[in-house]
Design a binder for this molecule. Structure first.
Ligand code: MF3
Ligand code: CO
Length: 253
């Protein structure tokens, strides 16, 4: 069931979204050679708690951390630990915060020091694919319009879309209806209505689209060992421009 949020609920989602966006910035700023993925988790945990919020991911289906940190060929759900980031890595961070009964959810991929031109292109294309989808994230369009825009842009750039994981409605629960795939056909899927809140989150592989699931039960990697990137924001659907709820003072990263 898709829930339409009231103006009171939207206010609460704005608060959750701001804290989530700020937590992503905390994680982003720690992406440097020599830093461990655990140190990023610790900093994000402390920040979210300092805001009076709770990390949405911690203990979600048994997930053991506050942030997912996925390096290079890791696409999503990397568990923070002893791994030390190195110059040339690309690092995806995904974070959620819960406050006032509502969740925010966002992600981004960031370069660790100097990275190759091709790695940088993957990061930029992934981020841009979100904005291509965003053009259709408003009342009057359908979910499939967003999906198609993301997919066609990514494929036009020679990269591939992960299909096994998708975006989602979000609100009192982190995962609500509808699903928001990053592939599909224009004109298909549910109609978008003002008051819907959705997380749009393209996961893009430099090589083949296929994935492998690691034995830790969480980490998802590219099947060919090539890099992957991820970019996500929580949105409010309106009659006009969507409102990006995980935006930090207009400086989206
Ligand atoms: N942003 C991810 C999602 O939308 C976060 C889930 S990771 C988990 O599904 F650890 F919380 F499961
Ligand atoms: Co999400």
């Amino acid at each position: 069931m898709i829930t339409l949020k009231s103006s009171r609920e939207i206010e609460l989602m704005r608060r959750a979204g701001k804290i989530t966006a700020a937590a992503r910035a905390v994680a982003r700023d720690m992406v440097k050679p020599g830093v461990t993925t655990h140190q990023i988790d610790e900093a994000v945990y402390r920040f979210i708690k300092s805001q009076g919020a709770t990390p949405s991911f911690l203990h979600y289906n048994g997930y053991p951390a506050s942030v997912c940190v996925s390096v290079n060929d890791e696409i999503i759900h990397g568990i923070p630990g002893k791994r030390v980031l190195r110059e040339g890595d690309i690092v995806s961070v995904d974070v959620g915060a819960y406050i006032g009964g509502y969740h925010g959810d966002c992600a981004g991929t960031y370069p660790c020091g100097d990275v190759s031109d091709e790695a940088m292109r993957l990061i930029r294309v992934t981020q841009q694919s979100f904005f291509e989808g965003l053009r259709f994230a408003r009342e009057g369009y359908r979910i499939g319009d967003i999906s198609h825009a993301v997919q066609s842009y990514v494929e036009s750039q020679g990269f591939s879309i992960v299909r096994e994981y998708v975006g989602h409605g979000i609100g009192q629960k982190m995962h609500e209806d509808p699903e928001v795939p990053n592939y599909g056909e224009s004109g298909h899927g549910r109609r978008l209505l003002r008051g819907m809140t959705i997380a749009v989150e393209p996961m893009v592989n430099a090589g083949v689209a296929s994935i492998i699931q690691m034995s830790d039960g969480w980490t998802v990697k590219t099947a060919d060992g090539k890099n992957a990137a991820h970019y996500e924001n929580t949105l409010l659907i309106t009659a006009g421009e969507p409102e990006i709820l995980t935006d930090l003072e207009g400086s989206l990263v």
